[in-house]
Write a protein that binds this ligand. Structure first.
Ligand code: MTE
Ligand code: MO
Length: 383
């Protein structure tokens, strides 16, 4: 079958779907290092993992509403200045399982680990587009191109066997400050097959669905991409919309991720000893908004303490300390005293003072996307 040649994966991953392969690491793996090891990085696929036989012959076609369409080999892309961008990738379906407990949703179930923080190495898309004659900071080309469409080589059933695709605005693609990459490295190593070998887009601050893996073609187009995953998926509807009254055209494709925060040091209904406990987890926001604050409650949300936050490089990737949490998560921790069984809650505030919804019910949507409600973990205190 098409799935006969899937790459090997770490046995500790929790498999949420086998074909296509969708898996996430245990919560504890996310907080054991600031940079998520590749083996423990969640894998989100809509088809079999493509096989690139000969990377020497692999090329990216850049075409559409431009004057000089071009084919670029890997060596052409690698000749451009290389940037390492620390960015958190998060699936819009992260925490879907918890949303479906409120009311059923459609989609692959995910606990809290459809997210990871990596050092992505590659060329800036703004530099690549300059090679085909599109200057930096362009919002429309002479021939009317306004969007950059990324097209893969994988075969997705949602696209009737066609490739996965998505687009971003040309203004974002040509803005060097937006740090959109054509990445060929992850954590200092060549991308592996699961994560898009040999080349993928990385759109920092935006839901994972726009970071197209196994990139083969870039189209400069007038309207945003009409593919399934832009138009018939990855949109957020109000709680009143169901499968009988849904009208997909009424909503925009999701782009920037809202503020998110998750406790990773505990699972629901863990039994702990009374006394001091370290609560830790991750917090991240989209659009280049960093994290301003993380609040933790040990009484279900009545009283709060502020957690400390950090972004520390270390194994598996060592680099100079980074100064900005712009695209990357922060890990947080706080020591608390827990005398009796209770509900522990965490919530974050981003640098634009955005806060998270208290309850999942208010943001319930039929596709189960963007569950960013306060993260609650019930613990039992025993001896
Ligand atoms: N790109 C292709 N070609 N095919 C896919 O199925 N899935 C997208 C995105 N890019 C996908 C893709 C989704 S929904 C997410 S969340 C991220 O890739 C997951 O990236 P990862 O598997 O490297 O973690
Ligand atoms: Mo996703």
């Amino acid at each position: 079958s098409d799935y006969a040649l899937e790459p090997p994966r770490h046995p500790a991953l929790q498999i949420n779907a086998k074909q296509p392969f969708n898996a996430e690491p245990p919560r504890s793996a996310l907080i054991s290092s600031y940079v998520t090891p590749v083996d423990f990085f969640y894998k989100r696929n809509h088809g079999p993992i493509p096989i690139v036989e000969d990377v020497e012959k692999y090329y990216l076609s850049i075409t559409g509403l431009i004057e000089n369409p071009k084919d670029l080999f890997m060596r052409d892309i690698m000749m451009l200045p290389k940037y390492n961008v620390v960015a958190t990738l998060q699936c819009a379906g992260n925490r879907r399982t918890a949303m479906s407990k409120s009311k059923t949703v459609k989609g692959v179930g995910w606990d809290v680990s459809a997210v990871g923080n990596a050092v992505w190495g590659g060329a800036k898309l703004a530099d690549v587009l300059e090679l085909v004659g599109i200057p930096k900071q362009t919002s429309v080309t002479k021939s009317g191109g306004k969007h950059v469409e990324f097209v893969s080589v994988d075969k997705c059933k949602e696209e009737n066997g066609g490739p996965y695709k998505a687009s971003i605005p040309l203004s974002q693609a040509t803005d060097p400050e937006a740090d959109v990459l054509l990445a060929y490295e992850m954590n200092g190593e060549l991308l592996n097959r699961d994560h898009g070998y040999p080349l993928r887009g990385i759109v920092p601050g935006v839901i994972g669905a726009r970071s197209v893996k196994w990139l083969e073609t870039i189209n400069i187009i007038a309207e945003e991409c009409q593919g399934f995953f832009m138009q018939k998926d990855y949109k957020m509807f109000p709680p009143s919309v169901n499968w009988d009254n849904i009208n997909w055209t009424t909503r925009r494709p999701l782009m920037d991720f809202p503020v998110q925060c998750v406790i990773c040091s505990l699972e629901d209904m863990n039994v702990i000893k009374p006394g001091k406990v370290k609560i830790s987890g991750y917090a991240v926001s989209g659009g280049g908004r960093g994290i301003e604050r993380v609040d933790v409650s040990i009484d279900g949300g009545k009283n709060w303490v502020e957690a400390s936050r950090y972004q520390k490089m270390g194994a598996p990737y060592v680099a100079d300390d980074i100064s900005s949490d712009k695209w990357a998560w922060v890990l947080f921790e706080v020591m608390v005293d827990i005398p009796q069984s209770t509900q522990i809650v965490a919530k974050a505030v981003d640098t634009a003072a955005n806060v998270q919804p208290e309850n999942v019910e208010t943001i319930w949507n039929l596709r189960g996307v963007l569950n960013t409600s306060w993260h609650r973990v019930n613990v039992r205190v025993g001896h």
